[in-house]
Design a protein around this ligand. Structure first.
Ligand code: FMN
Length: 180
């Protein structure tokens, strides 16, 4: 698939087919591709927890906002994404390089997650990034170390709906300023 086709085809999908399962091999392929994203000094602080275990999946879904629990009711895997704190954007001594601090770790994780979602589209899979989640509850449920900051949960699966309309984008002129 051409790059633009992948980019324009990707949508946040909120209805999944319970009969079509995602495999561990597919998740490995997604994360492998996501790892090709750039990161601060190649610090590679993004981490992924792929929840396949049915009981754990229920527990993780309970950490999501009510509307996101409905969205994810038919997926067989959820990815909980995190980044190791105080590395990306920090000196070797552990001091922030600038005012963004751990914002850079979050930036790197977002870059990786964007690649992951695009790769999923190329593979015929669908995704939705879920930011409405309870990070403390996820940490407890999955026993995630305090050295990691918890980012989005990503649902991966096959859509059960044929048409997912593309939400409108702003006019590019509205977000682009030429200086010179
Ligand atoms: C950081 C982030 C958090 C998001 N959180 C949610 C969420 O909690 N629930 C949801 O249904 N969609 C969520 N979305 C999906 C956005 O609503 C979606 O990307 C946007 O409406 C544009 O639609 P598109 O992805 O189909 O282009 C999130 C997206 C991002 C990037």
């Amino acid at each position: 698939m051409k790059f633009d086709d992948v980019v324009y085809k990707r949508r946040s999908v909120r209805a999944y087919d319970a009969n079509q399962k995602v495999t561990k091999e597919q998740i490995l392929e997604l994360v492998k591709c996501a790892q090709q994203a750039p990161s601060w000094k190649n610090s590679q602080t993004a981490r992924y927890y792929a929840i396949f275990n049915p009981e754990k999946l229920i527990e993780v879904r309970q950490c999501l906002a009510p509307q996101n629990q409905i969205v994810t009711k038919d997926v067989n895997v959820l990815l909980v994404t995190t980044f190791v704190k105080n590395r990306s954007g920090f000196t070797r001594e552990g001091n922030p390089e600038n005012e963004l601090g751990n914002g850079w770790g979050c930036y790197d994780l977002g870059l990786q997650n964007a690649l992951l979602c695009l790769k999923a589209t190329e593979m015929g899979l669908d995704t939705v990034i879920l930011g409405l989640r309870d990070g403390d509850a996820l940490r407890k449920t999955l026993d995630i170390s305090e050295t990691e900051e918890i980012g989005a949960v990503i649902a991966v699966g096959y859509r059960s709906v044929s048409d997912v309309p593309a939400p409108k984008r702003k006019e590019t002129e509205e977000i682009l300023t030429y200086i010179g």
